[in-house]
Design a protein around this ligand. Structure first.
Ligand code: HEM
Length: 447
């Protein structure tokens, strides 16, 4: 299908070398490619049959995301299916995908979303109270604890007991097992994270998580108040597809795992990057604090947009073309794997003057451009939890910045490292709290 059709230029190095550079130093690698080949280029990743074409022109990105019939490039399944399962909304395509999206979107928007405000406030209040004074710690770890707590409570409800404690611990373990670049390279080379002696332990841990999830599903099915419950598991259990069918236990497990993983690591990483940026830019930090004192949210929202622009958590959100893509002099045949290079799009000089400067002000007057600001991907697969993530981030940033005097332990910018599929601060953003004020009264509510 692709024979004879020239794709955009690619580096001359081997797939192994390109994968290594992509895994170990993704941003400099992408920047080098942009410098050498222009805004469209192709990369080869180990374990993939076809190259991936990277684009960064918003007009081309719009054309890519507007076409609903495109599928997913195999990378998403390759890396995520062993963990999320084959029924995950993140991995299904076509009608099956849309049917799941319809059921899973409502809890993450509007009033339903705002009902989680107290949950987020309680989680961040407890986290701040646990921080040491005058001693360095990694704020990324703290943010992971908060976002995991929030998503666990949203998914299972607040009354869950010891099983939730075990799940919390096991999920963190599974994530760290797959987080390092080494684990990812082995995963790519063996085409899956499972199998082989070196990774047998991971399989065992995943099984333990599955047992906990299935036990929670069984217990929910027995609950007499299921129709009145608002937690996402109860809602999904009772939701019907258009043909009247419901999700079976295997599918529920896959959707729960998807929400737990997609919903916590990403948000925690975005928060850690936001602290890294804010604490190195005192003028922006002070303006944000003043606006929070005045009860305003505009600068807070702009700060989050700017942080996600400069430090997008995910580098790619690609598609496999179902039909030819022809836009602005670029023609790619059906069957090509294409992805916006999110960070390259976000650092285009024509879209963002002084693209590498951290300036939340740029989003005060203009809200982010739909196809020039794409930290959540786009189109029919745009992140299902985007509103929820920003809602959560606003509460967390507000609480930390109004309650704590916070400093970076190391004034240098964090380097980009990898954790699972995310681009995360390599050292976890070490900080020091030098003063802590008590939580406002409304936060002190018994759970
Ligand atoms: C700052 C935090 C987050 C970032 C940067 C982020 C980013 C993304 C990206 C780039 C995609 C792929 C979109 C595409 O292919 O076009 C995605 C998909 C998804 N995200 Fe998020 N995400 C975040 C938080 C969340 C949260 C909090 C949840 C759930 C509560 C969530 C659930 C999902 C799901 C279920 C999908 C699959 C959507 C689909 O395929 O239809 N994400 N996210």
């Amino acid at each position: 299908m692709l024979v004879g059709v020239p794709l955009p230029p690619e580096p001359r190095s081997s797939a192994l070398m390109q994968t290594l550079r992509w895994t170990i130093r993704p941003l400099p690698f992408m920047q080098d490619c942009r410098r050498e080949y222009g805004e469209n280029f192709s990369l080869r990743f180990l374990g993939f049959e076809r190259p991936m074409v990277l684009i960064s022109d918003p007009v081309a990105i719009k054309a890519l995301y507007m076409e609903r019939s495109h599928g997913l490039p195999p990378g998403r399944n390759l890396i995520l299916e062993p963990i999320l399962g084959s029924r995950s909304v993140l991995l299904l395509e076509g009608k099956e995908h849309l049917a799941r999206r319809k059921l899973m979107l409502p809890p993450f928007h509007g009033e339903r979303m705002r009902s989680y405000e107290a949950t987020v406030e309680q989680a961040i209040t407890a986290e701040i109270d646990s921080w040491p004074l005058d001693r360095e710690f990694r704020i990324h770890t703290g943010m992971q604890a908060v976002t995991l707590e929030v998503i666990l409570r949203a998914v299972f409800g607040v009354s869950a007991g010891p099983r939730l404690d075990r799940l919390r611990q096991m999920l963190s373990t599974v994530l760290s097992e797959t987080s390092s670049p080494r684990a990812q390279l082995i995963g790519l080379a063996t085409r899956r994270f499972r199998g082989g002696n070196a990774l047998a332990r991971f399989d065992k841990q995943l099984k333990a998580v599955d047992e906990l999830l299935y036990a929670e599903i069984a217990e929910h099915r027995r609950k007499p108040d299921l129709p009145e419950r608002e937690d996402i598991l109860s809602v999904l259990m009772l939701s019907e597809f258009e043909d009247g069918s419901t999700m079976d236990d295997t599918e529920l497990r896959d959707q729960l795992m998807t929400l737990l993983l997609a919903g916590h690591e990403t948000t925690a990483t975005a928060l850690a990057w936001t602290f890294d940026l804010l604490l190195r830019h005192p003028a922006a930090l002070s303006r944000l604090r003043d606006s929070l004192e005045a009860g305003e949210e505009d600068y807070l929202r702009a700060t989050i947009s700017e942080s996600l622009r400069l430090r997008p958590v995910l580098p790619l959100a690609g598609r496999r073309l179902a039909t030819e893509l022809s836009v602005d002099g670029l023609t790619l045949p059906a069957g090509t794997d294409v992805s916006p290079a999110i960070w390259l799009t976000h650092t285009r000089e024509d879209l963002y003057p002084e693209p590498f400067a951290f300036r939340p002000e740029r989003f005060l007057e203009d809200s982010p451009d739909t196809y020039g600001w794409i930290p959540y991907g786009g189109g029919i697969r745009r992140c299902l939890g985007a509103s929820f993530a920003e809602f959560e981030m606003r509460i967390v940033l507000r609480e930390v910045l109004t309650r704590c005097d916070l400093h970076k332990a190391d004034p240098r910018p964090e380097q980009t490292g990898r954790r699972n599929i995310t681009l995360s601060p390599k050292d976890g953003t070490p900080v020091i709290v030098t003063a802590r004020r008590p939580a406002r009264e409304r936060d002190i509510v018994a759970v």
